[in-house]
Structure formats: C-alpha cells, structure tokens
Design a protein around this ligand. Sequence first.
Ligand SMILES: Nc1ncnc2c1ncn2[C@@H]1O[C@H](COP(=O)(O)OP(=O)(O)OP(=O)(O)O)[C@@H](O)[C@H]1O
Ligand SMILES: [Mg+2]
Length: 282
Amino acid sequence: MSLKVNDLVTEFATRRGVVEALHGISFEVGENEVVGIVGESGSGKSTVVRSVIRLLVPPGRVASGTVEFAGRPLLELRESELRAIRGKDIGFIAQNPFSALNPVLRLEKQFANIAKAHGVKADDGARRRAVDLLAATGVSDPERVIRGYAHELSGGMAQRVVIAMALYLNPRLVIADEPTTALDLTVQRQVLDTLRRLTVESGRSMLIVTHDLGVVNAYCQRVLVMYKGSIVEQGRVAEVFTAPQHPYTASLLSSASPPIEPAEAEVVPSQPLEVATWPSSK
Ligand SMILES: Nc1ncnc2c1ncn2[C@@H]1O[C@H](COP(=O)(O)OP(=O)(O)OP(=O)(O)O)[C@@H](O)[C@H]1O
Ligand SMILES: [Mg+2]
C-alpha cells in the first residue's frame, strides 16, 4: 500500500495574514520502503506529515493538493472514514509523545481503546501483544508500566510507549516524526532497529522525519530534503548523499557529525520478534 502526495500546499492563518508553509510538496512512499524527511528546524517536516494524515490543527489548513493512500483520497474522506484508517492502516508517532497520551487513563486502557475503536476485541491476547510491544521497544517491566499513567513516564519511556501504540494494530504504513529525539543516543539505535523490524521487515513501509542524516543513511532507502517549505531534492539515499544536487543538501552533509559514509540501507533479515500477533492478522 503506497502513499502518494501530489502538489500539497499548506497555509497558516496568522495575524499578518495567510502564510504559505508548504509550497507544493510531491513525493511517494512505496511498499516496503523507508523514506526519510530531513531539513532544518522550521522547514516544514512536521507540517508535511500532519497535513498528510490530517492532524494539522487550526490555524493550519491544506489549501490544495492530493494525498492518496492505498488508492484512497485521504484529504477527501469523511472524518469517520479517516479515523478508521489512522491507527489501523497508518500508525503515527508524534514529535511530542505526551501529546499522544491520555493523562487520565491507565496505559492498558489506552491500548484497549485503540483495539476497540478498530473493532478488535480487547481480550487477554490483545493485552499480551501490548505488553510484548512495550518490551520490544525497550520498556523494562512492561507489566508494571502498562498499569500506570503517562505522567509516571520519562520522556524516553513515553516515546517508546507511543511507538508501541502506533504499531499496535500492525499498520501498513508508519509515519514517525522524530521518533527517537527524546531518547539518549545509545538507545536510539535500539528503538530504530525495533521500529524497522516491526515495519519494513514485515512488509510495511515507513515515513520518518529526522534531523539526523546518520539515521537516514542507516535506515532509509530514499530521502526528501526540505528547505523553507519545499522539497529541494529527493532521491535514493546513496545517490543524494554521494552527489547532492542542491547546495542546501551539500551543506547539510558537510556539517554532519560524524561524517556520512554513503551506503544504501538494506533491509536486513533479523530474528523474529517475540511479539504476539493478532489472530486475524495475515
Ligand atoms: N501554528 C502555526 N502558526 C503559524 N505558522 C506555523 C504554525 N506551525 C508551523 N508554522 C509554520 O510552518 C513552518 C514549518 O513548521 P514545522 O513545525 O513543520 O517545521 P519542522 O521542520 O517540523 O521543524 P522542527 O525540526 O523544529 O520540528 C514554520 O516555519 C512556520 O512558519
Ligand atoms: Mg517538526
């Protein structure tokens, strides 16, 4: 199931009038593909992903363009149709994990609500899968954590919980906005490896926003480079990183620390994860 974004224009109404934040964005995420979005702060990365899954809040709005997911026009669907897709077919990991967690519900209840909202029975098997996913993303003592509340979590733990929630229903596409920024460097890789195992290596695709070119180099097949609301360059990572066509990409690469050794990210087969799958899942 691929994602096709065509000529997306997003604007924000501000006191000084309407400001165009995205100036015609076009890209695709193919099946079984990991695509990275890079670019400096304020270049529009979050606005792209929020526009695509219609989580943009006022004063932002998509002014024009189309978004097609598995052949369906996401921007034209009714809110109820979209809700059925979000969570089930497209998992979203927000930049701020606490914004995605309900402060007054135990985490186990939040997992159960996700299941119920999509017609999955929140039985023992469903709970087992939530606990397994928490363990897979590196949450220690997941049985205790799942009985607790969001405010008891550190930023890093909250991010892992949100990742587990996004993957809970086995979505075909995961959209992740800086999914590991709250984690320290040593565990970033571990969480990214888990994300990759649970998505691409099981035939899923992923769109991942990051400011870390090393992450793109290691995990993505293709990259979109954003600058001031436009994609100034896109292509296969090995090509873009070896011979950048746009001066902004070149400057990003030259300031990368540690330096980038261009390499095509491969989908490496790894050990199967000990995660309970849905009885109904293929
Ligand atoms: N609520 C808002 N009101 C007005 N303009 C906004 C608003 N949110 C975003 N923008 C505009 O959209 C641009 C892109 O913001 P966005 O959050 O998408 O950037 P980003 O690339 O995700 O940055 P970061 O790396 O810091 O997360 C901003 O530079 C700003 O001009
Ligand atoms: Mg952002």
